[in-house]
Ligand binder design. Structure first.
Ligand code: G3H
Ligand code: 13P
Ligand code: ZN
Length: 375
């Protein structure tokens, strides 16, 4: 099947009352694993790449990897979407490459040099989003906008700081920009460190927004679940421990192998610890699947997942390199990483309710979508 637009995928999802996973990709194995899962479960799919990912893979590489995937898996309705497009020019570049959908993230000022990008005003967000919508719709390409800023809600005060989406503004934003989908800030955040304890996801807010703009599919960013079993498993692969054997000889156990040390080993141990332990994952919690399912019952149609895939890939690779340190053929660890993504995506498809839905599709071309927008 040729690429379809995000609009078609989300309109179908709205009709069926389910959600569709939008999975971030950077390389071939991720794309293959995700497609295999979607094909097997007969699910529509959203493949998304941040502009950093597009640059990492290489513009043309990403385009042709996706072409190969759609030819290999012809039954999967799939949209190719730019995630967090920072400005008009980069959205335009992706449209020229053949993306069928772009997100313009007008909620933040990406031109700022600050590490934490400052929020844009409502008016500036509307202006840049409308510019992208007007351009994209001429080609039939869909557009996702964002209103509010992502971030965990620990208490009232931090809820104010993260600027949750205001339902009244959502209405005005959609009217003034014409976006096809709206990303909402409801307490989720990007990355592995979302919550220290039980998360607060503002489902009531989703419900109110959905009542205000019932025809605009909502998008949940920062929706990785960061399963505890996975972070715990990941941590076990980078173990440096000390011990003494039966004769009392001290050793350092590094990646499952004992290194004997004649004298005081504490300096060596500390050095190894510094080298390999520093990036170990701290205790963290993600977005529970039940919260996402509640979101889906209240108008969420696109669910963004990147971190869970990253954790899966890294865990799979470490598992091989840890248990079989003699391996150095990339296929030995990249194949398990592809399998890990495949298993993760299967789980998400089942949880979001999109399994079996690819049969509902008659793909609409960009040309046809262009006509829809012209009306
Ligand atoms: O929300 C952002 C995505 O997780 C992509 O991040 O810019 O590191 O590719 P990235
Ligand atoms: P996670 O970091 O929770 O996977 O969120 C990804 C995302 O929102 C991409 O836009
Ligand atoms: Zn995001």
């Amino acid at each position: 099947m040729p690429l379809v637009t995000l609009k078609q995928i989300l309109d179908e999802a709205a009709k069926g009352g389910y959600g569709v996973g939008a999975f971030n990709v950077n390389n071939m194995e991720q794309i293959q694993g995700i497609f295999k899962a979607a094909q097997e479960l007969e699910s529509p799919l959203i493949i998304q790449a941040s502009f950093n990912a597009v640059k990492y893979a290489g513009l043309e590489f990403l385009k042709y990897l996706m072409k190969a995937a759609t030819e290999t898996y012809p039954d999967v309705p799939v949209a190719l979407h730019l995630d967090h497009g920072p400005d008009f020019d980069r959205c335009k570049t992706c449209i020229e490459l053949g993306f069928t959908s772009v997100m313009i993230d007008g909620s933040l000022d990406y031109s700022s040099k600050e590490k934490k990008k400052p929020a844009r005003s409502f008016e500036d967000n509307v202006a840049v989003t409308k510019q992208v919508v007007d351009y994209s719709h001429q080609f039939g390409v869909s557009v996702e906008g964002e209103l509010g800023t992502l971030g965990g809600i620990e208490d009232e005060a931090s809820a104010q700081k993260v600027m949750l989406t205001d339902p009244e503004q959502a209405n005005a934003f959609v009217e003034q920009t014409g976006v096809d989908a709206l990303a909402v800030a409801i307490g989720t955040s990007h990355g592995a460190y979302k919550f220290k304890e039980k998360p607060i996801i503002d489902i009531e807010r989703v419900k109110t927004i959905h009542e205000k703009i019932p025809n605009t599919p909502l998008v949940m960013h920062g929706s990785s679940s960061v399963p505890m079993e996975l972070t715990e498993k990941l941590n076990t692969f980078i173990v440096v421990s000390k011990g003494k054997d039966d004769e009392g000889g001290p050793y350092i156990d590094f990646l499952g192998k004992k290194y004997y040390i004649d004298q005081d080993y504490s300096i060596a141990r500390d050095m190894v610890y510094d080298l390999f332990f520093k990036n170990r994952l701290k205790k963290t919690m993600g977005v529970p699947i039940e919260s996402i399912q509640m979101g889906i019952r209240n108008g969420v149609r696109k669910i963004n997942v990147d971190t869970d895939g990253r954790l899966m890939v890294t865990t799979a690779i470490l598992e091989v390199l840890y248990s079989q340190p003699e391996k150095f053929d990339p296929r030995d660890y990249l194949e398990p990483s592809r399998e890990a993504i495949y298993n993760m995506v299967k789980g998400k498809i089942l949880a979001f309710g999109s399994a079996g839905r690819s049969k509902d599709y008659k793909p609409k071309s960009l040309k046809r979508m262009k006509k829809v927008y012209e009306k």
